[in-house]
Design a protein around this ligand. Structure first.
Ligand SMILES: [Zn+2]
Length: 278
């Protein structure tokens, strides 16, 4: 899935490569696909975007927003797959769920893996969508967050006894935009087992967890996302996850213990059983 660092990277590249381009044609190609979610019918999607010029780019959590001169906004988010900018038609993937043809002969496509949301919406709908994401949780931006506020949130949190560490991350209870991918490294760096209930995590470990969130996100943004995902320019990112399917059976880089896998909370967990004791 494209998580916060990948969407931040794509937003930065979209500002450089897409702003100023006029949309000649906009197509939602697979409206019948079960896990491609949209609030538009295909004709409505086209009508809202065609003829508009991309004026600005915003991102919030794991959502990207391309704003056009019509006031309409293309929102792609909560998605796996590849969002790609193409200079030539030849590089367009056969399997794609959305395509914008720009009037200068370049293209934008999005191909959903797992699931994803693609919608052409009004600016009012966009403001409401961004407000909903911000109401849910904060963005993991170092300058805007505070470890003491995190500690008091966890200590006063009524659901701390019912919520495990993995769920804190993937259900966006405190920080937004992160899912099962980055959850692995965040918990491994903090030395916390995914099943640990939040009320059992001591203060030092909670501080470690907070900074682990910020460090992993900052490093991943610097590296333009994970090596397992693609940027807008169809390059892989340079953030090599410590804990993912490629590290199963390999030694933990902190202690040498063999990395294990188990299924938990709707996805695979990769842990070091020595560094992350339950
Ligand atoms: Zn270890």
């Amino acid at each position: 899935m494209l998580e916060y660092p990948e969407i931040k990277t794509i937003a930065l590249q979209a500002r450089q490569h897409l702003v100023g381009k006029t949309i000649g044609s906009a197509r939602l190609l697979t409206p019948e696909k079960k896990f491609v979610f949209s609030s538009n019918r295909p004709d409505d999607f086209s009508r809202r975007l065609e003829g508009g010029t991309i004026e600005s780019v915003q991102s919030c959590g794991n959502h990207l927003f391309l704003e056009t001169s019509f006031g309409s906004v293309l929102n792609i988010g909560d998605t796996g797959g590849k969002m790609l900018f193409h200079l030539e038609e030849e590089s367009i993937p056969k399997k794609r769920d959305m395509q914008l043809d720009f009037t200068d002969g370049t293209f934008l496509t999005h191909s959903v893996t797992m699931w994803g949301f693609i919608s052409a919406q009004t600016s009012e709908e966009t403001i409401a969508a961004i407000d909903r994401i911000r109401d849910e949780a904060m963005e993991p931006v170092r300058a805007e967050v505070d470890v003491e506020a995190f500690l008091s949130f966890i200590h006063q949190w009524g659901d701390a006894e019912r919520t495990n560490d993995k769920k804190l991350i993937i259900s966006r209870k405190y920080f937004t935009g992160l899912g099962n991918g980055y959850a692995q490294d965040i918990l491994w760096r903090a030395g916390i087992h995914p099943r640990r209930k939040m009320h059992t995590v001591g203060e030092d470990a909670l501080r470690g967890l907070f900074f682990s969130f910020l460090d992993v996100v900052a490093e991943a943004i610097d590296a333009e996302g994970r090596t397992t995902e693609r940027t807008l320019l169809n390059k892989t990112g340079r953030y090599e996850p410590a804990m993912y399917r490629g590290s199963l059976g390999q030694p933990c880089s902190k202690c040498g213990t063999v990395i294990e896998k188990f299924a938990f909370e709707g996805g695979a967990c990769y842990i070091c059983p020595e560094c992350q004791r339950i």
